[in-house]
Design a protein around this ligand. Sequence first.
Ligand SMILES: [Zn+2]
Length: 344
Amino acid sequence: MPVATPKQFAAMLDAAQEGGYAYPAINCSSLTTVNAALKAFADSKSDGIIQFSTGAGQFVSGLNHKNAALGTIVLAEATHRLAEQYDVIVALNTDHCQPTAAESFLKPLIEATAARRAKGENNLFQNHMLDASNLPLEENMAISQEYLKICAENEIILEVEAGVVGGEEDGAAGTEDTPEEKLYTTPEDMLAVYEALHSIGRFTFAATFGNVHGHYKPGSVKLRPKILQQGQASVMEKYGKDAEFDLVFHGGSGSLLEEIRETLGYGVIKMNVDTDTQYAFTRPIADHMLVNYEGVLKVDGEVGNKKAYDPRAYLKKGEEAMAARVAEACNDLLSTGKTLFGSI
Ligand SMILES: [Zn+2]
């Protein structure tokens, strides 16, 4: 199955909204991590989302170039080819892109999709995120409108954010000193987002409810999922049931299962997973190095063990462990077994 068409991706979001589940959106930064996500979705019979950050794009383009757009296009094209092997549907997204990077990152990616469409091919990306949440809401919505229009012309869904996700992720999002009230999107903000965007095209919305990127000790993050419920209620009260947002949960690493499940009832259809899968990937590699110390190193004039220091020896272990963590995310988000492959 190739990557989702725009219609299939829209159907995926509708099915999740209707069915009270969400898709894991897995940050990938290499072919190995893309393969881990694809394997997990297929083994779980779950559709899903693979996404790339600007940092992943820079990494993939090579140390001498750090060209975020080029590296991201390479990852996306490779994922299109690799995904054809599986019987589930995956959609491709780009993660946080701040307004200052939109011109050099989002524009070339959207152009890459437009070029494929002109040849009658599927979109390169089904979804992009524009994160203008560092701007005042009015300016945030002005630039979001501009990009939503270009995305809509190419049947791409745009993810926007209002309020600030705490913590740090590839230099995006808030900082340690983000004032606490900024971490929670208000019902008024949610109404303003709906009013600014709904007539232009389809979008998803990362409303914030205390989420923090990264991983923190229990108790230091105060999630208030009811914020989402209140925001949805105020929008639907004014504009009807169809105005319900497709919400995105950022910074979910380390959240309690009950908090994750609660958000599914409030319209969350996508949850980003990065920190937890990064750790899952690295954990068995650390183990490999420590257990095979004398194989991966040339100690005291010895020659080491090629089987132990061949990068595939440990990257495969990372891939396997990351796939297991992605499968856990499918279970947490109730997407396991719900693939729409073959039915849309
Ligand atoms: Zn995020």
